[in-house]
Design a protein around this ligand. Structure first.
Ligand SMILES: *[C@@H]1O[C@H](CO)[C@@H](O)[C@H](O)[C@H]1NC(C)=O
Ligand SMILES: *[C@@H]1O[C@H](CO)[C@@H](O)[C@H](O)[C@H]1NC(C)=O
Ligand SMILES: *[C@@H]1O[C@H](CO)[C@@H](O)[C@H](O)[C@H]1NC(C)=O
Ligand SMILES: *[C@@H]1O[C@H](CO)[C@@H](O)[C@H](O)[C@H]1NC(C)=O
Length: 456
């Protein structure tokens, strides 16, 4: 009984094999006898070539499966103004054509043939973001295998629209999409698939993009979607191409010079306000900065407001502020040395408090000036105030000199005035230091804010 069952199974197997072979034999569409001696016979393909206008299916309800992949070989340009990314890629497509099979044993072992693509039905795969005419070279060839698989590769220069966000320029990353879809075939007629895993596409592209251009490829992701238009559904494959800008060019040409200028501007606060050099110096810096901005304008993206523009505007306003501060201090110094007003009591006590041994407010000007080798004696028309002040309250000294009363009162008046001037000068220096510190604080906070924004 067991044996009979086995026999039955063997018979069934033979039957199936026979049927399969029968079917295979029937569907060899191409008679390739003689190919091994006389080369390919064009007559054998005439029937196939005549069908190229129609979808290669035996049953109209069967969809054609087209598997696609691509290799990104260069990122040529990213245009922020037009929101375009120009890249170069090799598109690979594989599909099955049931009318093109032959038996390799009959044909001297020929397993694949190349056929000019104008003789074949080609899938109408296009990239939805494509914003240019297709410059694909004509007269490309496709490889056809004996099982009916057709492999078609074509190079494409793709100018695709991409939503570019340049806020973080030059430290920006972009996520551009390439959506592959059939132009007219709905899901009933064409189904798209992946020819390779997406990590393979990403890896080969990364290895292939050898140019050290502005952009580097980070990663490629993929998603399959069905797009519905009216009652029709279309198969789509969306590739997300993540790219990152190499910022070194912009760091060297934009950020470093600008930081140097702003640093020099900050340091120039140490130029003595009395010498009158500070304002011209700052003005020159401002001029230099404007020239720098003009020259660097074409390196910046033309649209949107990247953070770097805010940074430049900030640097410019810091310079303008510091120039204004210098003008103010110079004016103050001029005012107090020529026509000192009586000092309000509160200001006087504040000054005394600040110049006292416990320093709770901006540095005492004398001390700061000593550090720079400058004393108020450098002021035009002003004598050393400390010595004068020290001299004034000595009535014995005046008596010793035996000066007349009028000279004494004049001298006292003069000393009083000098004392007042020196107090005012002290006050101006205090103001200068205070404003300088405010400036530094503002500069530090704004630059730290910009850097934090850049890092997020
Ligand atoms: C293929 O063509 C040759 C002549 O070119 C013919 O003799 C042969 O029978 C054909 N084979 C089939 C399977 O049609
Ligand atoms: C397309 O890909 C699918 C799944 O990876 C595979 O089953 C099918 O054979 C492929 N088709 C062609 C024509 O390579
Ligand atoms: C990408 O390819 C390189 C060699 O070309 C290999 O070392 C690496 O492991 C691959 N990465 C992935 C994710 O497969
Ligand atoms: C790009 O965008 C898509 C969809 O918004 C997202 O799934 C993908 O993770 C993004 N890729 C990167 C690298 O940010």
């Amino acid at each position: 009984m067991e044996r009979g069952w086995l026999q039955g199974e063997g018979f069934l197997l033979c039957l199936i094999l026979y049927l399969l072979l029968q079917e295979r034999g029937d569907t060899f569409a191409i008679n390739c006898s003689g190919f091994d001696q006389h080369g390919v016979d064009p007559a054998a393909f005439q029937a196939l070539f005549a069908r190229k206008a129609f979808l290669p299916v035996t049953n109209n309800n069967d969809p054609t499966h087209v598997n696609i992949s691509f290799t990104l070989s260069a990122i040529l340009e990213v245009n922020a103004q037009l929101q375009l990314m120009t890249s170069f890629l090799w598109l690979n497509m594989i599909w099955y054509n049931p009318f093109i099979r032959w038996n390799p044993e009959e044909c001297g072992g020929i397993r694949k043939l190349s056929i000019a693509t104008e003789n074949l039905w080609l899938p109408d795969i296009f990239i939805k973001e494509f914003m240019n005419v297709d410059h694909t070279p004509v007269r490309l060839m496709a490889y056809v295998s004996s099982e009916g698989h057709i492999r078609y590769d074509k190079p494409m220069k793709v100018t695709s629209i991409c939503n570019l966000d340049i806020f973080y320029f030059p430290f920006d990353e972009q996520n551009c999409t390439l959506t592959f879809s059939s132009f007219i075939y709905t899901v009933e007629n064409m189904i798209l698939g992946m020819e390779k895993e997406v990590w393979e596409i990403s890896n080969t592209s990364q290895n292939l993009i050898q140019n050290k251009g502005e952009w580097m490829l980070l990663d490629i992701h993929q998603r399959m979607v069905k797009m519905t238009v009216g009652t029709n559904q279309y198969n789509q494959i969306i590739f997300y191409v993540a790219i990152r800008r190499r910022p070194s060019l912009y760091v060297i040409n934009l950020l470093v010079p600008s930081s140097f200028l702003i640093a020099i501007d900050a340091v120039s606060f140490y130029l003595p306000a009395e010498s009158g050099n500070r304002a011209p110096f700052k003005m020159t810096l401002l001029l230099g900065y404007n020239v720098f901005l003009l020259m660097m304008n074409d390196l910046l993206p033309d649209t949107g407001t990247p953070l770097i523009s805010v940074y430049f505007a900030l640097c410019l306003s810091l310079m303008v502020l510091s120039l204004l501060e210098t003008i103010f201090i110079t004016y103050l110094l001029h005012l107090v040395t020529t026509q000192p007003l009586p000092m309000p009591q509160w200001l006087n006590s504040l000054l005394l408090h600040c110049t006292g041994p416990r320093k709770g407010c901006p540095t005492a000007p004398q001390k700061g000036n000593k550090g720079l080798g400058l004393t108020p004696a450098h002021l035009p028309g002003l004598k050393e105030p400390m010595t004068l002040v020290g001299k004034v309250p000595g009535p014995q000294e005046a008596g010793l000199n035996g000066c007349p009363e009028s000279t004494r009162t004049w001298q006292e008046d003069e000393a009083q005035k000098q004392h007042l001037v020196s107090l005012w000068v002290q006050f101006s220096h205090m103001m200068d230091t205070l404003l300088f510190r405010l400036y530094l604080l503002f500069m530090a906070t704004s630059i730290i804010t910009v850097i934090i924004l850049w890092n997020t």
